[in-house]
Each structure stands twice: as structure tokens, then as C-alpha cells.
Design a protein around this ligand. Structure first.
Ligand SMILES: [Zn+2]
Length: 112
């Protein structure tokens, strides 16, 4: 068992984020191991995957994941950045698509 460094709540050993206050959990394991900077930030991976399917969710999760990875020295910063770029391009493409679709409709109405 370990404890949140922020609010002192009891945490599962596997916990990455404190369920009580939402701050990132201490990364030391029950064996008394020190902080391992080799661990991947889960939010970065989830954000990257989401960016292909749900652009806005992918963008938000990637931004949060990148911030967490930078704070905790975890791996996944590059993946989160890729997720942010993919999401942004996808959102931009969607916006352009909707705008041109609307424009075509208005032109069609105008020509009718
Ligand atoms: Zn906490």
C-alpha cells in the first residue's frame, strides 16, 4: 500500500492517479524501489489511440498526458505530441469538410 503525496489518501500499488484528488500517484513500488522514469504515461498512449477515432477526446487526453509525462519524466511525450497533431489535423479537416459542405449547399440553393 502507498499513499498519495498530495492528499494522503490510500492508493492501490498499481495506481497511477490518486482517485481522491486526481494528482499523479508516487511511482515508487512496494519493494521500496525508487522512481522509474522508464514507465510509460498511460494518458499519452490512450490519447494517441483516441486521436484516430475521437479527435476531440484524443486531443484533450494527449494534452493532459503530455503535461503529466513532462512533469513525471515518463515516456510518451512524443506519442502525446503525435496524438495532438493527428487530432488537430483531423479536427481541421472535419471543420473544412463541414464548411465546404455547407458552402456547396448554399451555392446549390442559390443556383436553384
Ligand atoms: Zn490524492
Amino acid at each position: 500500500m502507498k499513499y498519495c503525496t498530495h492528499c494522503g489518501a490510500e492508493l492501490m500499488d498499481q495506481a497511477v492517479i490518486c482517485p481522491n484528488c486526481g494528482s499523479s500517484a508516487p511511482q515508487s513500488d512496494s519493494n521500496g524501489g525508487t522512481i522509474r522514469s522508464e514507465s510509460w504515461n498511460v494518458m499519452c498512449i490512450v490519447g494517441f489511440i483516441l486521436s484516430f477515432f475521437v479527435s476531440i477526446a484524443g486531443l484533450i487526453v494527449s494534452i493532459i498526458g503530455r503535461r503529466q509525462a513532462l512533469q513525471n519524466g515518463e515516456k510518451g511525450k512524443e506519442m502525446a505530441l503525435a496524438g495532438i497533431i493527428i487530432s488537430a489535423i483531423s479536427i481541421a479537416a472535419t471543420v473544412i469538410g463541414v464548411v465546404s459542405y455547407v458552402a456547396i449547399i448554399f451555392m446549390a440553393i442559390g443556383l436553384a
